[in-house]
Design a protein around this ligand. Structure first.
Ligand SMILES: *Cc1c(COP(=O)(O)O)cnc(C)c1O
Length: 402
């Protein structure tokens, strides 16, 4: 089977892609083959400078030795022991995450949506046990929490509202950064407020400090939980190990995914001892805390901490910001925003998709979360030279497109 695919030329491979992969997204006619550091290469040998970073996932760059070596070593020792037993990598990883955050306990799983499902269930469990059955969760317009039915229901995307009815009920969407709208909807049925400190998919919108501090107060006053979805903002992305550190508060639950595995499918839900309220059977999963993933996650997060990547993200983020600022007037950028290496800017004429497409042709990967904006989320190991190369390609494209 393998040999057939190795012998195929590119058009045969693309034919197979068109016929065999369930259609869920428009993808460019490219087949990625290998990667190293900041670069990906396709089957034709063309290279791409990666400012999408596997969707804010490949924080250590592509195929870092520390991941490769850990995968090999752990695969030699134990890949999966069943979710019924503890394993050493899981204990070591949970210890690392709790030592470096404000949380006491961790539940591990494989994807961001699953971690958020766990957070939603934990908040509802707490509501059923301690808040007279309160179950409503307040979330934000333009927030993004995943693609399972409950996390789609929590998500605040306008055009998702009509999809896959009936949705999971009990989610109340309020405008982001607007504390009064939260005060209006909190009631005795509310068990939690859930949000991203910086909305990633929503276009890189940063929560104000006053807003987050007021949310913390509302939660304290009402005895309800504050849930931070740090799936995109966590693990150094915004210049701190966790984005909640920017706000001088502690959430009650935090979810992590994307960068936590550096590309290996992995996620975590962290909480405090007070909310350690699940009973046997309430939560679980076949792949929860399997040793291979735990060993890789530990190695990735350890590397982020030891190499001081959050601080580097802040410095390089500032450098990208400055370089964008230099060419802002020339191309009419507006609203350059974000923190660390989660950045975006608005462009005129809704030409985001066209810019992304032209950059792709020139070997640069960028993302356009909305047609009027461009988002940058490179690996945390990005260097000045990579930024200069990115700006150079971007400028040549902007000269052509505008
Ligand atoms: C990507 C993302 C998710 C979903 O994670 P998956 O691994 O795709 O399930 C949830 N929340 C935020 C903030 C995200 O960026």
């Amino acid at each position: 089977m393998k040999n057939i695919y190795e012998m195929m030329n590119n058009s045969e491979l693309l034919e197979s892609a068109r016929n065999k992969i369930l259609f869920t997204a428009e993808r460019p006619e490219i087949i990625m083959d290998h990667g190293k550091g900041m670069y990906l290469w396709d089957t034709e040998g063309k290279s791409y400078l990666d400012f999408i970073g596997g969707w804010a996932v490949t924080c250590l760059g592509h195929c870092p030795d520390v991941m490769k070596n850990t995968l090999i070593e752990q695969a030699d020792r134990l890949i999966n022991a069943s979710p019924s037993y503890y394993n050493k990598p899981m204990l070591q990883f949970a210890r690392l995450l709790t030592d470096y955050s404000c949380f006491d306990r961790v539940f591990f799983t494989s994807s961001g949506a699953e971690a958020n499902e766990g957070a939603i269930k934990l908040a509802r469990k707490y509501g059923s046990k301690y808040l007279n059955g309160a179950y409503e969760i307040i979330t934000t317009v333009n927030g993004f929490h995943g693609r399972t039915l409950a996390t789609m229901s929590a998500t605040g995307k306008k055009h998702w509202e009509a999809l896959f009815a009936p949705k999971v009920s009990g989610f109340i969407h309020v405008p982001f950064n607007d504390i009064n709208s939260v005060l209006k909807v909190v009631n005795e049925k509310t068990c939690a407020i859930m949000l991203e400190p910086i909305q990633g998919e929503g276009g890189v919108n940063t929560a104000d400090t006053g807003y987050i501090q007021s949310l913390r107060k509302i939660c304290d006053d009402n005895g309800i939980l504050l849930i931070f979805d740090e799936i995109q903002t966590g693990l150094g992305r915004t210049g701190k190990l966790f984005a909640y550190e920017h706000y001088g508060i502690e959430p009650d639950i935090m979810t992590l995914a994307k960068g936590i595995g550096g590309g290996y499918p992995l996620s975590a839900m962290l909480t405090k001892e007070k909310f350690n309220v699940f009973e046997p059977g309430d939560q679980g999963g076949t792949y929860s805390a399997q040793p291979l993933g735990m060993a890789v996650g530990f190695a990735v997060v350890n590397e982020i901490i030891e190499k001081k990547l959050p601080q580097k993200a802040e410095i390089m983020g500032q450098y990208i910001f400055d370089r964008l600022f230099e060419i802002k007037e020339k191309y009419g950028f507006e609203n350059i925003r974000g923190k660390g290496l989660l950045l975006a800017f608005d462009i005129k004429n809704e030409k985001g998709p066209e810019i992304v497409n032209e950059c792709l042709k020139k070997g640069l990967l960028l993302n356009s979360p909305k047609s009027s904006s461009i988002r940058l989320m490179p690996p945390l190991v990005v260097q000045k030279e990579d930024v200069d190369n990115m700006i150079c390609v971007l400028e040549s494209v902007l000269q052509k497109v505008f």
